[in-house]
Design a protein around this ligand. Sequence first.
Ligand SMILES: [Zn+2]
Length: 233
Amino acid sequence: MNARAEAALRAAFRGLPGCATALDLATGKPLAHWRPDLVKSWAAAPGSVLKPLVLATLDPLDAALPCARRLLINGVRLDCTHTPQTAPLNAAEALALSCNSWFAQRAALLDPRKLTAALAGAEFSAPATPEDLQLLALGARGIRVTPAWLARAYLRLLHSATEPIRAGLALAVAEGTAHAARPALGGKTGTSREASWFAGFDRRMLLVVALPGGAGGADAAPLAAKIFEKCAS
Ligand SMILES: [Zn+2]
């Protein structure tokens, strides 16, 4: 454990619910946990924080697709909330903007076995229909993850990630949905009915923040920024 990271988590979470885990980016060793009981056991729908892991299962990984903005799957409304885009989006842009339309189009053609393999260890229902597969890939229904699982999954992803994933995570922080997490160098937010999430990294640390309620971009990402700032100071 790392005293500076522990102090950063304690200061950031003062008076707040939720939990966080920080791992050494290179070795995967724990640097600090806030509410380690929740880090291990609190399972919630991940929402879009799952998208980088889904992206890694797509073949081909990149594709230029237009955003249709409006999205309704099995009665679940998942319209895009990013600014309207006239040009087709590539994988990195779709990740940075958290484009539900792009990911739903790609998920419909996904090999379910590849996705379920990537989700091993999380709590999820095997998708029975293409719509189930889309909702699973969007982290919206049929899946719950713990912060500890998400941190390990991101660590594996970052150690093997190809360029569009790295570029998308960097772009999400530079000018996308995870902008409020700066000085993080890359990351992704997520918002579900149960939780708001941020998972991302700077040069040294992988950090996962999970809060009950709220929104990833407005709540989890700025909290992560405070932790990165305090650790770097
Ligand atoms: Zn979109």
